[in-house]
Design a protein around this ligand. Sequence first.
Ligand code: NI
Length: 140
Amino acid sequence: MSTLTSITRTYTFCAAHRLHTDQLPDDVNQKIFGKCNNLNGHGHNYTVQVTVQGELNTETGLVTDVSQLDQIVQGTIVARFDHQHLNFDSAFQNLTTTGENLARVIWGLLVKRIPTGQLEKIGVIETRDNFFEYVGDPKS
Ligand code: NI
């Protein structure tokens, strides 16, 4: 019987953003992003789901070291984005701060830092109605 299993840990942070791209004129930004294009931005309580997949350690029955994972995600993601304005973060210099891109950015920041097992997917809950998921190449 396979021991390939996943664990998902949940983290939260609060951040501001404004949906806007300099690659499009202001009126097109306004049309595409609506009130999310508001010049002063707005905030969200983001929930991030980090899923790690791997073979179970047969002695402990664990997929990964959860306290180590928590330390890495707190240090890499939460400390970086909590109470910040995402548009001013270097990761979003050339990216709109959509939930889609946030999930991709978080994947990129974590994929090489997983203690045991490998990153399987990133989920980002932005609002009650908006959930984003990104599955990248765990070996990239
Ligand atoms: Ni928003």
